[in-house]
Design a protein around this ligand. Structure first.
Ligand SMILES: [Zn+2]
Length: 154
């Protein structure tokens, strides 16, 4: 399924069907978001929706794939493997506890939700703090430009 479905997902319908949904998040998905941390990627986003009560849903989500971020040292793109899972509640505003992992339903009548930013956040928070190439794979010209001098091998 494409990311347009993820932006306007009908949870009621998804819970009735009960099947696991699989989305492929690609370069275009990450570029469309208002963020600069993830340059692109190829990530499988899996989602299972269960209905708890009227307009309260439990979402089991997992991500698995590769994203490109700027390397901490040379700023060239570096590929990072991401794998994470999470459980979220989806509720209307007036049911919100605020202190739990939640997403808010966007449409009162049809229980729709936009999960694109949620998917991004799960991926982003699963990234390691240090995002670097192996040292020999860093771009030497960029390293020289950043440090002001090119020292070659250390
Ligand atoms: Zn690098």
């Amino acid at each position: 399924m494409d990311e347009n479905v993820l932006q306007n997902l009908d949870l009621h319908q998804a819970s009735e069907e009960g099947t696991e949904m699989v989305f492929h998040l690609n370069d275009a998905f990450f570029k469309a978001l208002a963020q600069e941390e993830i340059l692109g990627g190829d990530v499988e986003f899996r989602l299972r929706v269960r209905r708890r009560a009227d307009s309260i849903y439990l979402l089991n989500v997992s991500v698995d794939g590769v994203v490109q971020t700027p390397c901490d040292r040379c700023l060239d793109p570096v590929s990072i493997h991401v794998e994470a899972e999470d459980e979220l509640r989806a509720v209307h505003d007036d049911e919100s506890f605020a202190d739990e992992a939640e997403v808010l339903l966007t449409d009162k009548r049809s229980d729709k939700v936009d999960l694109s930013w949620t998917a991004y956040e799960i991926i982003e928070t699963s990234l390691p703090l240090e995002r670097c190439h192996d040292r020999e794979n860093c771009n030497p010209e960029m390293l020289a430009r950043i440090s002001g001098t090119y020292e070659g091998e250390e």
